[in-house]
Every structure is written in C-alpha cells, then in structure tokens.
Design a protein around this ligand. Structure first.
Ligand code: COS
Length: 395
C-alpha cells in the first residue's frame, strides 16, 4: 500500500498579511485567552464569546484553502501560527485544532468536489466542528488493528463499532471515521475513511470523560450501531483509509510539536518572572546558580525543539515526506515540555503545586502530549523503522 497523495502545500499567505495575522493572534492571546485561562480550568467550559471571537479571527480555518473560506496557510506558516496561539493554555488549540488538521487534511487532499464544497467552508468558519475517529477500546497504538466495520449494502455502508477518546466529539457535527471495509483483513489493509454527520441514525456520542488537564476541551466515546451512510460518504479510495490517517497524523504531529514549544516558552517566561520576584537567602532565587541551571536547560531544550519543528515544516512545504521529522519533532518537543513543566514547578517551589499557579495548571495540561497522536514509544518505532529501511535500501 503506498501513500494516497504526496505531502506538500499548494498555497501560502503573503508575508505582510501573515505578519499582521501573527500580530493579531499574539494580541488575542495576551488580551483575551490568557486572562480567561483560570476560569476555563475551573469551570471546564470555554465561554461562548471566546469561541465566537476565535471563529471571527479565522482560527478554525488557518490551514484550509482560501477557495473554501480558510486562510490558506502553508505548513511553516501554520506552525508559526500555532507557536503564537499556543502561548495560551492548550485548551484553545484543542478547540480549533482538529478542524485545522486531522479532520480537514484528507478532505482538502482527497475529497470529491461535492465533499469539499459541503464540509470545508463550515469547517473553516468554525460553524461545523470536526472529529477524528481512529482510536478504539482495543486499538490505540496498534491503530491498524481497528475492528469498527463498514459493510457495503447496495449504495450504502453500514457502520458498527466504538471509537474511544474522541477529541471534540461532544461538540462535533461531522466525524471522520476509520472502519474496516474488507472483513478478510486484520491489519492496516482493508480500512477506509468515512465522513459521518452527527445526526445520522445509529451514531451515538457518549458522555465527556473526566481528564487530568486541558479543562474546557472535551472528549468522549462515539458509538456506531447499524449506522447507514451513503456510499458518497467514503473519503478517498476504498481500503486506503489507514494511509490517509497516517498522513493526517504526520501533519498533526508537527502542530503538536509547535504547541509544545510555545507552552515551554510560556513556562520559561513564568519561571523567570517568579525567579526574579521570589527572594530567598537574601536575593532573588534567579540569582542562585542552581535555579539558573534549570532555567538554562529549559531555554536550550525549547530552542532545539523550535528549530526542529520549523525545519520539518519548511521541508514539508518543499514537498518532502516528513513522517520521520514529524515524529522526531513530536517526540522531542513533547518530552521536552514535560521536563520544562517539571522544572517550572520546581522553580516555583511549594507555590508550584498550588492552584492557581500557571505552572501547576500547565504541568497537568502538557502530560497528554507524550500520549496522543502517537505515544513517544510509537514515534521511536516510526523513526527507527525508517532508519532500518533506509539502511536496507542503501546498504
Ligand atoms: N504516510 C503515508 N502512508 C503511510 C504512513 C505515512 N506516514 N505510515 C504508514 N503508511 C501506510 C504505508 O503505505 C503502509 O503501507 P505499505 O505496507 O505499503 O508500506 C501502511 O500504511 C501500513 O503501515 P505500517 O506497516 O507502518 O503499519 P503498522 O500497523 O505496522 O504500524 C504505526 C503503524 C504503529 C506507525 C501506526 O499504527 C501508528 O502510527 N500508531 C499510532 C496511532 C496514533 O497515533 N494514534 C493516535 C490517534 S489520534 S489521537
């Protein structure tokens, strides 16, 4: 099975307009999102007014082509936009992120004209929220082992099965669902992708899960019980859905890496501010060399991750396949922000363990990055497998 389409972006925003967009995002983050963070964490709810503002700024459609009402950023620009946006708590990226990547990537690259015309404009505006349904109760890291089925029945498919931990499912209006269309297979072959509207009979959304962090972003199970969809709901070629999911994840992993970098930079700024305010042994703790060592380690690691994600993004824009670079960036950046968050709590001392300290909240928020869109161990597997394959090819 080979990749269904080549990676690479067709469109980009001109430099001046892009600069204005970045300035607008930074101002929005500073004036609107950061002041709302504590309330969102306490209430597990993002105020409707903020969601409306995110829509009006175009944040749901950053990567969707302008022909469909999006902003049409290329990969590097989208990474830079997330580096700016994700200086605020990651709940806000979670709300707009699926529309910008996992739910829209395959539509943009493989959708029929009718599918694009129907779904991309409302996804770009945020009127429609998308969800990406790959994971199942018994199929997480081994995504190719999924058992949800889609049986052909005349000019319909009938879906059955359960999808687990589906981000934005409680709010979603369309679900990109991966299901097995060839019952003779048990692995990555024989899986197809479907666009399923929320109001389709037989589709049920479970209650939101209680999570460790990222309060305000919701996920739940999605169940399919003899859920009939028209044959036109098939996205991309039949039995080629797994490669579609993997390509969407390649792009998603770059965005996760960018988010990790931005949050590390925020945690470092919070740490430096506290280190200059807090006085112990007669001077600000930032003047103690053991505290300086923690700050310096965090700064160097965040810088390394920033360079990685930008390099991978530029390569993607040049048409290179960046599966390995995306996995490297996601793995390094997510592990890095875990260490940075841990040091940020350490710099804050006891105060770092007590709400409403920003370090305490972000420490909880960033833990998911080493798990979702492929655990660190799955990224290692992807990277090492490609190294061994390349060795086999070139001797
Ligand atoms: N781009 C394009 N095609 C890809 C691809 C990619 N990045 N990765 C895999 N494919 C295609 C390949 O073409 C391959 O076909 P060939 O047999 O012709 O090579 C096919 O998909 C199967 O790939 P592979 O053999 O690598 O599948 P495996 O089942 O062995 O393993 C891993 C795949 C482990 C890498 C995959 O299951 C994975 O990424 N798991 C983590 C899932 C995940 O991130 N879940 C989070 C869900 S969203 S929060």
């Amino acid at each position: 099975m080979s990749a269904p389409v080549a990676a690479g972006a067709a469109e980009a925003l001109d430099a001046e307009t892009f600069g204005l967009l970045l300035d607008t995002i930074r101002t929005f983050v500073r004036d609107r999102l950061i002041p709302a963070e504590a309330e969102v964490d306490a209430t597990d709810h993002v105020p409707a007014a903020l969601v409306t503002e995110m829509r009006e700024l175009g944040l749901y459609g950053l990567t969707i082509p302008t022909a469909y009402g999006g902003i049409g950023l290329n990969v590097e620009q989208s990474v830079r936009a997330f580096l700016a946006l994700c200086y605020a708590a990651p709940v806000f990226r979670s709300i707009v992120g699926i529309n910008n990547g996992l739910a829209s990537w395959a539509l943009v690259h493989l959708g029929t004209p009718a599918q694009r015309a129907r779904y991309l404009p409302p996804l770009a505006s945020g009127e429609l929220v998308g969800a990406f349904c790959l994971t199942e109760p018994d199929s997480g890291s081994d995504a190719g082992a999924l058992t949800a089925s889609a049986r052909r029945d005349g000019d319909h498919y009938v879906l059955n099965g359960t999808k687990r931990y589906i981000t934005n499912a409680p709010e979603a209006g369309v679900f990109l669902v991966f299901a097995r269309t060839d019952p003779a297979t048990r692995d990555a072959r024989g899986v197809s992708a479907f666009l399923v509207d929320r109001d389709t009979p037989g589709l049920h959304v479970g209650p939101p899960e209680r999570k460790m962090g990222q309060k305000g972003a919701h996920l739940s199970d999605v169940m399919f019980d003899d859920c009939r969809v028209p044959a036109g709901a098939l996205l991309g070629p039949e039995h080629r859905g797994f490669a579609i999911a993997m390509q969407a994840l390649d792009r998603g992993r770059l965005h996760i890496a960018a988010m990790c970098v931005a949050l590390a930079e925020r945690l470092i700024d919070e740490s430096v501010r506290y280190a200059m305010e807090r006085v112990q042994f007669g001077k600000p703790i930032g003047e103690h060399q053991l505290v300086q060592a923690m700050l310096a380690d965090s700064r160097a690691e965040a810088y390394a991750a920033r360079c990685m994600v930008l390099d991978a993004a530029v390569r993607a824009d040049q048409g290179e396949r960046v599966s390995v670079e995306a996995s490297c960036a996601k793995m390094f950046a997510s592990e890095m922000v875990g260490r940075v968050a841990d040091r940020a709590v350490q710099v804050h001392g006891g105060a770092g363990y007590i709400a409403p300290c920003v370090a305490e909240r972000l420490y909880r928020d960033v833990r998911i990055f080493r798990l979702y869109e492929g655990t660190t161990q799955i990224q290692q597997l992807i990277i090492a497998r490609e190294m061994l394959r390349a060795h086999g090819r070139h001797g």
